[in-house]
Design a protein around this ligand. Structure first.
Ligand code: DC
Length: 225
């Protein structure tokens, strides 16, 4: 059986995970959120008191991390550190920064590469991240670069955090997003960039339903599904 893979890359807050999850459910594909893996590494290092930006404090810890990505019966992805389910813990606002910091170390990226590719060797996948179309799955059947303006992404992220009871100001979030965009696009290894053969979808002025419909059309055209 030929396995299909769809890569969705783009900056944080463009709607990648919500859309990828919905699309995966419609198509019966496995959804893999690769940002969650970097978040789990960041959480681990920070909990140990390490500075995620300093490779000397991150790299020696890699061999000891017991990180696992498992899908529940419901098809939803859970992240584990040892036996602890850290799926919620990695969503805390400060973990976004730790994830961005650890993800800039080439050895961290290399360490996590096979774990990500392994899913595509075993399942039909929709994988979202920053370098899926460029590095992790360069042979993906369809590559989407999902983006939106900083302003719109900040508004969405703010709403999400307020709903969770965390409420940094909109201005703070806008600055954090701009900073993270800069770090993710300027790092030396596997920076966030659009693959040459990726289709750009800008969700700034689209509702969730409209964005999903746009992706669904692309999948139909490209994969006939
Ligand atoms: O998608 P996210 O916001 O959960 O990702 C958290 C950080 O992890 C992001 O700032 C950059 C990094 N990341 C990465 O470098 N490569 C990926 N494929 C996914 C995430």
């Amino acid at each position: 059986m030929t396995l299909h893979s769809i890569a969705i890359d783009g900056p944080s807050g463009a709607g990648k995970s919500t859309l990828a999850k919905a699309l995966a459910a419609q198509l019966g594909f496995l959804y893999v959120d690769t940002g969650a893996i970097y978040r789990t590494v960041g959480l681990y290092v920070a909990r140990q008191g390490g500075d995620c930006a300093d490779p000397r404090q991150v790299l020696p810890r890699l061999p000891e991390i017991q990180i696992a990505l498992r899908h529940g019966e419901d098809g939803l992805q859970h992240m584990f550190l040892g036996e602890e389910d850290v799926t919620q813990a990695i969503r805390a606002n400060e973990v976004s920064r730790y994830a961005s910091q650890v993800s800039a170390h080439p050895q961290v990226r290399a360490f996590l590469l096979d774990m990500q590719r392994d899913f595509a060797r075993r399942y039909h996948v929709i994988m979202d991240g920053r370098d899926i179309g460029t590095v992790v799955l360069p042979q993906a059947d369809l590559k989407i670069f999902l983006t939106a303006s900083v302003e719109k992404r900040a508004i969405r992220r703010h709403k999400e955090l307020v709903e969770k009871g965390e409420a940094p100001s909109l201005e703070t979030i806008r600055e954090q997003i701009a900073q993270r965009d800069w770090a993710d696009t300027h790092r030396e290894t596997a920076p966030l960039r659009q693959a040459e053969d990726a289709v750009v979808v800008d969700t700034s002025d689209l509702t969730l339903e409209e964005s999903l419909a746009a992706l669904r059309t692309l999948v139909k055209e490209r994969l006939g599904l």
